[in-house]
Write a protein that binds this ligand. Structure first.
Ligand code: TRP
Ligand code: SF4
Length: 334
Protein backbone atom coordinates (compact mmCIF):
# COMPACT_ATOMS: atom_id res chain seq x y z
CA UNK A 1 0.00 0.00 0.00
CA UNK A 2 1.41 3.34 -1.03
CA UNK A 3 1.45 6.19 1.47
CA UNK A 4 -0.37 9.17 0.04
CA UNK A 5 -0.38 12.88 0.77
CA UNK A 6 -3.60 14.89 1.18
CA UNK A 7 -3.39 15.74 -2.53
CA UNK A 8 -3.55 12.05 -3.35
CA UNK A 9 -0.02 11.77 -4.74
CA UNK A 10 2.53 9.61 -2.99
CA UNK A 11 4.20 11.19 -0.02
CA UNK A 12 7.72 12.46 -0.46
CA UNK A 13 10.71 11.18 1.46
CA UNK A 14 14.18 12.61 1.57
CA UNK A 15 17.20 11.28 3.37
CA UNK A 16 20.92 11.69 3.08
CA UNK A 17 24.22 10.24 4.10
CA UNK A 18 27.64 11.87 4.39
CA UNK A 19 30.21 10.28 2.06
CA UNK A 20 33.08 9.42 4.39
CA UNK A 21 33.96 5.91 3.18
CA UNK A 22 32.41 2.59 2.33
CA UNK A 23 29.17 1.78 4.13
CA UNK A 24 29.20 -0.83 6.87
CA UNK A 25 26.70 -3.21 8.48
CA UNK A 26 25.63 -0.48 10.91
CA UNK A 27 24.75 1.87 8.04
CA UNK A 28 22.95 -0.96 6.30
CA UNK A 29 20.75 -2.09 9.19
CA UNK A 30 20.27 1.43 10.52
CA UNK A 31 19.28 3.09 7.25
CA UNK A 32 20.02 1.68 3.83
CA UNK A 33 18.01 -1.51 4.13
CA UNK A 34 15.04 0.52 5.25
CA UNK A 35 15.44 2.98 2.34
CA UNK A 36 15.31 0.09 -0.11
CA UNK A 37 11.90 -0.89 1.27
CA UNK A 38 10.58 2.67 1.33
CA UNK A 39 11.13 3.03 -2.40
CA UNK A 40 7.91 1.12 -3.11
CA UNK A 41 5.74 3.25 -0.86
CA UNK A 42 6.97 6.80 -1.31
CA UNK A 43 8.49 9.16 -3.82
CA UNK A 44 12.03 8.91 -2.53
CA UNK A 45 14.99 11.27 -2.79
CA UNK A 46 18.30 9.94 -1.53
CA UNK A 47 21.17 12.34 -1.35
CA UNK A 48 24.93 12.09 -0.98
CA UNK A 49 25.51 14.91 1.52
CA UNK A 50 28.95 15.95 0.27
CA UNK A 51 28.81 19.59 1.38
CA UNK A 52 28.03 18.40 4.90
CA UNK A 53 31.35 16.54 5.04
CA UNK A 54 33.17 19.88 4.76
CA UNK A 55 31.95 20.83 8.23
CA UNK A 56 34.18 18.26 9.91
CA UNK A 57 36.69 17.06 7.31
CA UNK A 58 37.80 20.17 5.47
CA UNK A 59 41.41 18.91 5.49
CA UNK A 60 40.40 15.79 3.57
CA UNK A 61 38.18 17.51 1.02
CA UNK A 62 40.01 15.92 -1.91
CA UNK A 63 38.59 12.51 -0.93
CA UNK A 64 34.95 13.56 -0.99
CA UNK A 65 34.40 13.11 -4.74
CA UNK A 66 35.76 9.57 -4.62
CA UNK A 67 33.67 8.73 -1.56
CA UNK A 68 30.54 10.06 -3.25
CA UNK A 69 30.98 7.55 -6.09
CA UNK A 70 31.68 4.78 -3.60
CA UNK A 71 28.47 5.67 -1.82
CA UNK A 72 26.53 5.41 -5.07
CA UNK A 73 28.03 1.95 -5.65
CA UNK A 74 27.09 0.83 -2.14
CA UNK A 75 23.56 2.17 -2.65
CA UNK A 76 23.06 0.53 -6.03
CA UNK A 77 24.52 -2.71 -4.73
CA UNK A 78 22.10 -2.68 -1.79
CA UNK A 79 19.13 -2.19 -4.09
CA UNK A 80 18.42 1.51 -4.30
CA UNK A 81 16.96 1.74 -7.75
CA UNK A 82 17.40 4.78 -10.00
CA UNK A 83 14.19 3.78 -11.79
CA UNK A 84 12.23 4.11 -8.56
CA UNK A 85 14.04 6.81 -6.61
CA UNK A 86 15.93 10.00 -7.27
CA UNK A 87 19.55 9.38 -6.27
CA UNK A 88 21.72 12.48 -6.36
CA UNK A 89 24.64 14.47 -5.00
CA UNK A 90 23.90 17.55 -2.91
CA UNK A 91 26.59 19.80 -4.40
CA UNK A 92 25.17 19.21 -7.90
CA UNK A 93 21.97 20.98 -6.93
CA UNK A 94 22.89 24.58 -6.13
CA UNK A 95 19.33 25.40 -5.09
CA UNK A 96 20.13 23.81 -1.71
CA UNK A 97 22.65 26.60 -1.14
CA UNK A 98 20.16 29.33 -1.99
CA UNK A 99 17.47 27.98 0.31
CA UNK A 100 20.12 27.49 3.01
CA UNK A 101 20.91 31.21 2.81
CA UNK A 102 17.26 32.16 3.23
CA UNK A 103 16.58 29.67 6.03
CA UNK A 104 19.64 31.01 7.82
CA UNK A 105 17.67 34.21 8.42
CA UNK A 106 14.87 32.29 10.14
CA UNK A 107 16.81 30.80 13.02
CA UNK A 108 18.73 32.41 15.86
CA UNK A 109 22.37 31.83 16.78
CA UNK A 110 21.26 30.79 20.27
CA UNK A 111 18.98 28.10 18.91
CA UNK A 112 21.78 26.63 16.79
CA UNK A 113 24.28 26.78 19.63
CA UNK A 114 21.87 24.83 21.84
CA UNK A 115 21.56 22.01 19.28
CA UNK A 116 22.66 18.91 21.23
CA UNK A 117 24.28 17.24 18.21
CA UNK A 118 26.43 20.31 17.70
CA UNK A 119 27.39 20.54 21.37
CA UNK A 120 28.42 16.89 21.37
CA UNK A 121 30.52 17.29 18.23
CA UNK A 122 32.29 20.31 19.63
CA UNK A 123 33.17 18.24 22.69
CA UNK A 124 34.13 15.04 20.81
CA UNK A 125 36.10 16.61 18.00
CA UNK A 126 38.19 18.71 20.35
CA UNK A 127 37.66 21.77 18.17
CA UNK A 128 38.43 24.21 20.95
CA UNK A 129 37.43 27.69 19.87
CA UNK A 130 37.76 26.85 16.17
CA UNK A 131 34.18 26.38 15.09
CA UNK A 132 33.27 27.46 11.60
CA UNK A 133 30.16 29.42 10.74
CA UNK A 134 29.28 26.58 8.34
CA UNK A 135 29.55 23.97 11.07
CA UNK A 136 27.12 25.88 13.27
CA UNK A 137 24.84 26.07 10.25
CA UNK A 138 24.93 22.32 9.57
CA UNK A 139 21.25 21.82 10.48
CA UNK A 140 20.23 24.82 8.36
CA UNK A 141 21.76 23.16 5.30
CA UNK A 142 20.06 19.92 6.29
CA UNK A 143 16.74 21.76 6.53
CA UNK A 144 17.29 23.15 3.03
CA UNK A 145 18.01 19.61 1.77
CA UNK A 146 14.68 18.45 3.10
CA UNK A 147 12.46 21.46 2.37
CA UNK A 148 13.65 22.04 -1.18
CA UNK A 149 11.89 18.75 -2.07
CA UNK A 150 8.90 19.56 0.17
CA UNK A 151 9.48 16.24 1.89
CA UNK A 152 6.77 14.89 4.20
CA UNK A 153 8.97 12.42 6.00
CA UNK A 154 12.64 11.86 6.70
CA UNK A 155 13.96 8.42 7.66
CA UNK A 156 16.74 9.03 10.17
CA UNK A 157 18.43 7.57 13.19
CA UNK A 158 17.59 8.95 16.61
CA UNK A 159 20.71 11.11 16.66
CA UNK A 160 19.19 13.23 13.88
CA UNK A 161 15.95 14.09 15.69
CA UNK A 162 17.22 17.48 16.91
CA UNK A 163 18.02 18.41 13.31
CA UNK A 164 14.57 17.44 12.19
CA UNK A 165 13.01 19.53 14.94
CA UNK A 166 15.05 22.52 13.74
CA UNK A 167 13.86 21.83 10.18
CA UNK A 168 10.26 21.88 11.36
CA UNK A 169 10.83 25.17 13.17
CA UNK A 170 12.26 26.81 10.06
CA UNK A 171 9.42 25.45 7.91
CA UNK A 172 6.84 26.84 10.36
CA UNK A 173 8.52 30.21 10.52
CA UNK A 174 8.75 30.48 6.75
CA UNK A 175 5.10 29.50 6.32
CA UNK A 176 3.98 31.97 8.97
CA UNK A 177 5.97 34.88 7.53
CA UNK A 178 5.46 34.35 3.81
CA UNK A 179 2.59 31.86 3.34
CA UNK A 180 2.09 28.09 3.41
CA UNK A 181 4.72 26.45 1.24
CA UNK A 182 6.55 23.73 3.15
CA UNK A 183 5.08 20.61 4.78
CA UNK A 184 6.47 20.07 8.28
CA UNK A 185 8.48 16.89 7.78
CA UNK A 186 7.99 13.99 10.17
CA UNK A 187 10.84 11.75 11.29
CA UNK A 188 10.63 8.05 10.45
CA UNK A 189 12.89 6.63 13.10
CA UNK A 190 14.74 3.48 12.10
CA UNK A 191 14.72 0.51 14.45
CA UNK A 192 17.88 -1.62 14.77
CA UNK A 193 19.72 1.68 15.07
CA UNK A 194 22.28 0.29 17.52
CA UNK A 195 24.17 -2.44 15.77
CA UNK A 196 27.29 -3.90 17.39
CA UNK A 197 30.72 -3.69 15.80
CA UNK A 198 33.54 -6.21 16.07
CA UNK A 199 34.42 -4.96 19.59
CA UNK A 200 30.84 -5.20 20.86
CA UNK A 201 30.41 -1.40 20.94
CA UNK A 202 28.14 0.41 18.50
CA UNK A 203 29.46 -0.10 14.96
CA UNK A 204 30.97 3.21 13.93
CA UNK A 205 33.70 4.23 11.55
CA UNK A 206 35.38 6.35 14.20
CA UNK A 207 35.77 3.31 16.49
CA UNK A 208 37.45 1.18 13.81
CA UNK A 209 35.08 -1.72 14.50
CA UNK A 210 33.22 -1.87 11.19
CA UNK A 211 32.61 -4.55 8.58
CA UNK A 212 31.81 -3.09 5.17
CA UNK A 213 28.83 -4.33 3.16
CA UNK A 214 31.20 -4.61 0.21
CA UNK A 215 33.77 -6.70 2.15
CA UNK A 216 35.10 -9.74 0.28
CA UNK A 217 34.53 -13.24 1.68
CA UNK A 218 38.09 -13.30 3.06
CA UNK A 219 37.73 -9.86 4.63
CA UNK A 220 34.50 -11.00 6.27
CA UNK A 221 36.14 -14.13 7.72
CA UNK A 222 39.14 -12.16 8.95
CA UNK A 223 37.04 -9.53 10.68
CA UNK A 224 34.69 -12.01 12.32
CA UNK A 225 37.43 -14.32 13.64
CA UNK A 226 38.69 -12.01 16.44
CA UNK A 227 35.30 -10.39 17.15
CA UNK A 228 33.96 -9.76 20.63
CA UNK A 229 31.98 -12.61 22.23
CA UNK A 230 30.78 -13.39 25.74
CA UNK A 231 33.75 -12.30 27.90
CA UNK A 232 32.67 -14.70 30.67
CA UNK A 233 33.27 -17.66 28.39
CA UNK A 234 36.94 -18.32 29.07
CA UNK A 235 37.05 -22.01 28.31
CA UNK A 236 35.38 -23.94 25.54
CA UNK A 237 33.37 -25.85 28.18
CA UNK A 238 31.98 -22.68 29.86
CA UNK A 239 28.31 -22.03 29.10
CA UNK A 240 27.84 -18.81 27.07
CA UNK A 241 25.47 -15.85 27.25
CA UNK A 242 24.37 -15.08 23.69
CA UNK A 243 22.55 -11.91 24.74
CA UNK A 244 25.85 -10.13 25.47
CA UNK A 245 27.62 -11.43 22.34
CA UNK A 246 28.01 -9.32 19.18
CA UNK A 247 28.20 -12.45 17.05
CA UNK A 248 24.80 -13.52 18.31
CA UNK A 249 23.24 -10.17 17.34
CA UNK A 250 24.67 -10.69 13.86
CA UNK A 251 22.97 -14.11 13.75
CA UNK A 252 19.68 -12.46 14.76
CA UNK A 253 19.98 -10.01 11.94
CA UNK A 254 21.47 -12.00 9.08
CA UNK A 255 20.68 -15.66 9.88
CA UNK A 256 17.46 -15.53 11.90
CA UNK A 257 16.66 -19.15 11.01
CA UNK A 258 19.72 -20.20 13.04
CA UNK A 259 19.10 -17.89 15.97
CA UNK A 260 17.34 -20.36 18.29
CA UNK A 261 19.75 -23.24 17.73
CA UNK A 262 22.74 -20.93 18.20
CA UNK A 263 21.42 -19.61 21.51
CA UNK A 264 20.75 -23.12 22.76
CA UNK A 265 24.13 -24.53 21.74
CA UNK A 266 25.88 -21.48 23.18
CA UNK A 267 24.14 -21.77 26.55
CA UNK A 268 24.82 -25.47 26.83
CA UNK A 269 28.41 -25.10 25.60
CA UNK A 270 27.63 -27.56 22.83
CA UNK A 271 29.11 -25.07 20.39
CA UNK A 272 32.39 -23.22 20.74
CA UNK A 273 32.90 -19.61 19.67
CA UNK A 274 35.39 -20.52 16.95
CA UNK A 275 32.86 -22.76 15.21
CA UNK A 276 30.03 -20.37 15.90
CA UNK A 277 31.92 -17.62 14.09
CA UNK A 278 32.83 -19.86 11.18
CA UNK A 279 29.19 -20.76 10.60
CA UNK A 280 28.17 -17.12 10.85
CA UNK A 281 30.90 -15.96 8.47
CA UNK A 282 29.78 -18.37 5.75
CA UNK A 283 26.15 -17.34 6.22
CA UNK A 284 26.95 -13.63 6.04
CA UNK A 285 29.12 -14.14 2.97
CA UNK A 286 26.06 -15.62 1.29
CA UNK A 287 23.72 -12.94 2.65
CA UNK A 288 25.75 -10.15 1.08
CA UNK A 289 26.64 -12.00 -2.13
CA UNK A 290 23.88 -10.42 -4.27
CA UNK A 291 24.90 -6.95 -3.02
CA UNK A 292 28.55 -7.56 -3.82
CA UNK A 293 27.68 -8.83 -7.29
CA UNK A 294 25.41 -5.91 -8.12
CA UNK A 295 28.01 -3.48 -6.84
CA UNK A 296 30.75 -5.11 -8.91
CA UNK A 297 28.63 -4.90 -12.06
CA UNK A 298 28.23 -1.13 -11.65
CA UNK A 299 31.86 -0.75 -10.66
CA UNK A 300 32.98 -2.35 -13.90
CA UNK A 301 30.92 0.10 -15.96
CA UNK A 302 31.97 3.63 -14.91
CA UNK A 303 30.20 5.19 -17.89
CA UNK A 304 26.89 3.77 -16.78
CA UNK A 305 27.51 4.95 -13.23
CA UNK A 306 28.23 8.47 -14.53
CA UNK A 307 24.96 8.38 -16.42
CA UNK A 308 22.97 7.25 -13.39
CA UNK A 309 24.50 9.98 -11.25
CA UNK A 310 23.92 12.76 -13.76
CA UNK A 311 20.37 11.61 -14.46
CA UNK A 312 19.52 11.62 -10.73
CA UNK A 313 21.08 15.06 -10.23
CA UNK A 314 19.09 16.42 -13.17
CA UNK A 315 15.82 15.04 -11.76
CA UNK A 316 16.60 16.55 -8.35
CA UNK A 317 17.51 19.91 -9.89
CA UNK A 318 14.18 20.13 -11.69
CA UNK A 319 12.21 19.67 -8.49
CA UNK A 320 14.48 21.98 -6.48
CA UNK A 321 14.19 24.70 -9.13
CA UNK A 322 10.40 24.44 -8.99
CA UNK A 323 10.45 24.95 -5.23
CA UNK A 324 12.79 27.95 -5.52
CA UNK A 325 10.44 29.51 -8.05
CA UNK A 326 7.68 29.16 -5.44
CA UNK A 327 9.98 30.72 -2.86
CA UNK A 328 10.80 33.66 -5.14
CA UNK A 329 7.15 34.28 -5.93
CA UNK A 330 5.92 34.02 -2.36
CA UNK A 331 8.74 36.23 -0.97
CA UNK A 332 8.70 38.65 -3.88
CA UNK A 333 12.49 38.52 -4.35
CA UNK A 334 14.97 36.50 -6.36
N1 TRP B 1 23.05 14.81 8.93
C1 TRP B 1 22.84 13.53 8.30
C2 TRP B 1 23.78 12.52 8.93
O1 TRP B 1 24.81 12.87 9.43
C3 TRP B 1 23.07 13.60 6.81
C4 TRP B 1 22.09 14.49 6.13
C5 TRP B 1 22.37 15.63 5.46
C6 TRP B 1 20.69 14.29 6.07
N2 TRP B 1 21.23 16.18 4.96
C7 TRP B 1 20.18 15.39 5.30
C8 TRP B 1 19.82 13.32 6.58
C9 TRP B 1 18.81 15.52 5.08
C10 TRP B 1 18.46 13.45 6.34
C11 TRP B 1 17.96 14.56 5.61
O2 TRP B 1 23.51 11.34 8.88
FE1 SF4 C 1 28.74 -15.77 20.92
FE2 SF4 C 1 28.45 -17.97 19.49
FE3 SF4 C 1 30.40 -17.78 21.33
FE4 SF4 C 1 27.88 -17.96 22.10
S1 SF4 C 1 29.03 -19.52 20.99
S2 SF4 C 1 29.40 -16.51 22.92
S3 SF4 C 1 26.80 -16.82 20.48
S4 SF4 C 1 30.21 -16.58 19.45
Amino acid sequence: MAETSPQGARKIILSGNRPTGRLHWGNYTGALENWVRLQDQYDCYFMVADWHVLTTALDRAELIGHHSREMFLDWLGAGLDPEKSVLFIQSEVKEHAELYLILGMLITMGRLERNPTFKEQVKDLDLGGEISYGHLGYPVLQAADILVYKAHAVPVGEDQLPHLELTREMARKFNRLFGELFPEPEPLVTRFARFPGTDGKRMSKSLGNTIEISATPDEIREKIRPAFTDPARLRRSDPGHPEVCAVYTWYQKFLPEQEALTAEECRSAARGCVDCKKILAEGVIEYFAPLRERRAAYESDPGKLDEIISHGCEQARKVARGTMEDVHRIMGIG
